[in-house]
Design a protein around this ligand. Structure first.
Ligand code: SLL
Length: 160
């Protein structure tokens, strides 16, 4: 469909991970040697608009030590509007994310990277709180820009 000449539409969302030290009730029977349970995700801002209207699929590429390193989540299958992979392991690495948009938007996939944080970080007080709760979170607000989107995709992007 027609494109919005000279216009740019930006959307914000979150890319991040949570992690726990194993053993942990959310991660049953981890393989031997796995000391961490984690989730890596793409999700809306707190109380922010749904992102599954414009984000159709996220491919997460994990470290090659994982048997099936490429994991894909479709918007039709997300829970709570959050594209997420859950795993266990022993070490940190950069997760490559490929974000896909509706076919009819004509937008190419966009790449992002998230380096997993599985160890306590920040001030001694922050680290003590993470250890006490056995809960680590590392996330950031990410911006995505669409240059001269189609009129229809622009509507999708800005509808809430
Ligand atoms: C490290 N440079 O050694 C990193 C590599 C790789 C993590 C971390 C695989 C688990 C599995 C896993 O945790 N890989 O074999 O399923 O710290």
């Amino acid at each position: 469909s027609k494109r919005l000449r000279g216009q740019k539409i930006a959307r914000n969302f979150i890319i991040g991970n949570s992690a726990v030290q194993l053993p942990h009730p959310l991660f049953i029977d981890p393989p031997s040697g796995h000391t961490k349970g984690w989730r890596v995700y793409v999700r809306p801002l707190p109380n922010g608009p749904d992102i599954t209207t414009w984000l159709k699929k996220v491919q997460f590429k994990l470290h090659h030590t994982y048997a099936d390193a490429s994991r894909t989540i479709e918007s039709a299958n997300v829970k709570d509007g959050c594209f997420e992979i859950q795993e266990t392991g022993y070490g940190e690495f950069g997760v490559e994310l490929r974000l896909y948009f509706p076919t009819e938007s004509g937008e190419k996939a966009q790449y992002r990277e998230h380096y997993l944080v599985l160890t306590y970080w920040g001030s001694p007080e922050q680290q003590a709180a993470q250890e006490a709760k056995n809960w680590i979170v590392s996330e950031r607000v990410e911006t995505i820009e669409f240059n001269e989107p189609t009129v229809d995709f622009a509507k999708t992007l800005t509808s809430e």
